[in-house]
Design a protein around this ligand. Structure first.
Ligand SMILES: C[S@@+](CC[C@H](N)C(=O)[O-])C[C@H]1O[C@@H](n2cnc3c(N)ncnc32)[C@H](O)[C@@H]1O
Length: 219
């Protein structure tokens, strides 16, 4: 069901985010998602010392971790990286793709907020594989993503099973609980759940999203 014409016309993801961070700055403000606070507690209980945040944006979530853990952010947008260096100077930010290994030594935990759903299937697999490759055995993964219960699910053209161009030039994968668990097959899944997050931005106004999260342990 891949819509080839539409794929060709679509702005590359990295250009889309670079433009947004350049124009809107700290797009969603300073406040972290409550899920980052939940992940922080779970990482602390598990005795984590080093945390990786792939697709870290301007450091809204690295800042939750960097006061207590050695924290690394991987981010592809230079504009976001500039903002991140100012907002969260205690984290180490690496410029590059989260779909590839960027760290030299493994961390104890990975927190990844609303990045996984941005990609088509092959890239989603690459993101999870890269995160696992940078995580020690027994380390924790906490990911959030769009839920299939979000009203945007099923809007616009379907690019792949469960992936819709729900706004012109912008697509996302919408996860059922089963689909999310399948993506993390090969890990020990400790918990999954749903929550609603409210984000404010100049482009989208105030918007509530239905999200899912997964907490898993690398074998
Ligand atoms: C929806 S935003 C979430 C940002 C951040 N997690 C937050 O909540 O503040 C997605 C982020 O992923 C970044 N991104 C997209 N593709 C990426 C890639 N291949 N590698 C690293 N970062 C990427 C974007 O630049 C953007 O910062």
């Amino acid at each position: 069901m891949q819509d080839q014409k539409s794929v060709k016309e679509r702005v590359p993801l990295s250009d889309y985010w670079e433009e947004r961070f350049t124009q809107e700055g700290m797009i969603w403000g300073h406040e972290p998602s409550p899920s980052a606070v939940q992940a922080f507690e779970r990482f602390k209980e598990a005795g984590a010392a080093a945390v990786l945040v792939p697709g870290a944006g301007y450091g809204r979530h690295t800042k939750v971790f960097s006061g207590s853990f050695t924290t690394y952010g991987i981010e592809i947008s230079p504009a976001a990286l500039e903002l991140a260096a100012r907002w969260d100077p205690d984290s180490v930010f690496l410029a590059g793709s989260a779909l590839e290994v960027q760290l030299e030594s493994p961390v104890d935990a990975v927190y990844c907020y609303d990045v996984l759903h941005l990609f088509l299937a092959a890239e989603r697999r690459s993101l999870i594989a890269a995160c696992l490759a940078q995580l020690r055995s027994g380390g924790l993964l906490y990911f959030t993503c769009f839920s299939d219960e979000d009203p945007a699910n099923g809007q616009g053209s379907m690019l792949e099973e469960g992936t819709y161009e729900y706004k012109q030039g912008k697509y996302a994968h919408f996860f059922s609980d089963e689909d999310l668990r399948t993506h993390f097959g090969g890990t020990d899944i400790l918990e999954t759940g749903e929550f609603t997050d409210c984000l404010r931005s100049s482009q989208d106004g105030s918007h509530s999203y239905s999200l899912r999260y997964i907490l898993a342990r690398k074998r």
